[in-house]
Design a protein around this ligand. Structure first.
Ligand SMILES: *Cc1c(COP(=O)(O)O)cnc(C)c1O
Length: 368
């Protein structure tokens, strides 16, 4: 068998007639940036999430950058995020001139360890960016309580968690501003780059709407330095088609994860899910001290794997100037050496999952 880590064409095939029509209609319609599909998509996704405002932007990284700008975070300020996440969760702080500060991950959930948050807060701290990594929402009650106590903003990095929930509340609805990505491999992915900022705050929404188009409210009257970062019409039309199926796609991911949970040996660490969370498995990551051996043997069997992520952010070369050292974030460092993702996407078949699980179990049993 030859399996993909993430296969996007199966989903396209299943939506082909609807998708082709949506894209062709945009080309025929003549409006390509911030047109009718973009406006409709913003309404539809705001209603899906249950938020007041949704603003389409160029990508998830820009969404985070503009979110921090909208909160007036800049030079001299500190922004706390997890050491175990994608680079953009911290890069956004650097982009606005602020300093990223890292906290370690929880060894079970891989999410920001909220118990370590307070030790990272000082008089320069302005915001916390919890990252809903791999499709599971952080402990938002605890994070929001700490933020409130210290008068800090919370910006959810929900780029991997569209449709996930925490105690019945959707990811992206529990903070001042939340950011999403429509990068093709995300749970709600376009066929190119795209991103979203959501908020219930009218002033923040107005500011983002200005920032995404060069700081203009009125055409060619630039009130501040902004960005050129919009969701294009073709991506909006594609995302409108996919949004209608999102819950079904996420449910299939959950079904696939449950099958893995049941089939995989307990001699490998499987994803841990808090009972009150709807984890939507953007990725299905397992942890083993024998990662290298398992990954190379799986490759021989036609089963690809991926490492998310090979380096914690505090040890990235780009952040050498922050003067962190090895040992500062032991859980994140250990995870980066032992974690790997196995194939996960809604269209993965039962036969493929069985084949993958069987091979992993066999490799692990052989090693004992
Ligand atoms: C993908 C991702 C981003 C950035 O989104 P882009 O659309 O690729 O810019 C930010 N944070 C996390 C956690 C992500 O997974």
């Amino acid at each position: 068998m030859k399996i993909d880590l993430i296969n996007l064409t199966r989903q396209y095939e299943s939506l082909k007639s609807e998708m082709d029509k949506a894209v062709i209609d945009v080309m025929a319609n003549g409006q390509y940036i911030l047109g009718p599909n973009e406006q409709q998509f913003e309404k539809e996704i705001a209603s899906y999430l249950g938020v007041k405002h949704a603003l389409g932007v160029g990508n998830g990284t820009d969404a985070l950058v503009m979110a921090l700008r909208a909160l007036n975070i800049g030079p001299g300020d500190e922004v706390i995020t997890s050491a175990f996440t994608f680079f953009a969760s911290a890069e956004c702080a650097s982009q606005v001139g602020a300093k990223p500060v890292f906290v370690d991950a929880d060894p079970k959930t891989y999410l920001m360890d909220a118990d370590l948050l307070e030790s990272a807060i000082n008089e320069h701290t302005k915001a916390i960016i919890p990252v809903h990594l791999f499709g599971q929402v952080c402990d938002m009650d605890k994070i929001n309580e700490i933020a409130k106590k210290h008068n800090l903003y919370v910006v959810e990095d929900a780029c991997q968690a569209m449709g996930a929930s925490y105690k019945g509340k959707k990811a992206g609805t529990m903070s001042d501003i939340a950011c999403f990505s429509f990068f093709p491999t995300k749970n709600l992915g376009g066929y190119g780059d795209g991103g979203l900022v959501v908020t219930n705050d009218d002033a923040v929404a107005e500011r983002i709407s200005k920032l995404r188009k060069h700081g203009m409210k009125v055409k060619y009257h630039n009130e501040e330095i902004g960005y050129n970062s919009r969701l294009d019409e073709i991506q909006a039309a594609i995302l409108r088609v996919k949004l209608k199926h999102l819950d079904e796609f996420n449910d299939r991911r959950i079904k696939n994860a449950t099958l893995y949970d049941n089939l995989l040996t307990n001699n490998i660490q499987k994803p841990y899910k808090e009972s009150y969370n709807k984890h939507i498995y953007h990725l299905y990551c397992v942890v083993s001290e024998n990662r290298q051996k398992i990954m190379s043997k799986l490759k021989e069997k036609g089963i690809p794997t991926g490492i998310y992520y090979p380096l914690p952010l505090h040890l990235q070369q780009a952040y050498a100037s922050l003067n962190y050292k090895e040992g500062d974030m032991p859980v994140s460092e250990r995870l980066c050496k032992t974690i790997f993702a196995i194939p996960m996407f809604p269209e993965l078949t039962k036969e493929e999952i069985e084949y993958i699980a069987q091979n992993i179990n066999q490799i692990i049993n052989e090693g004992e």
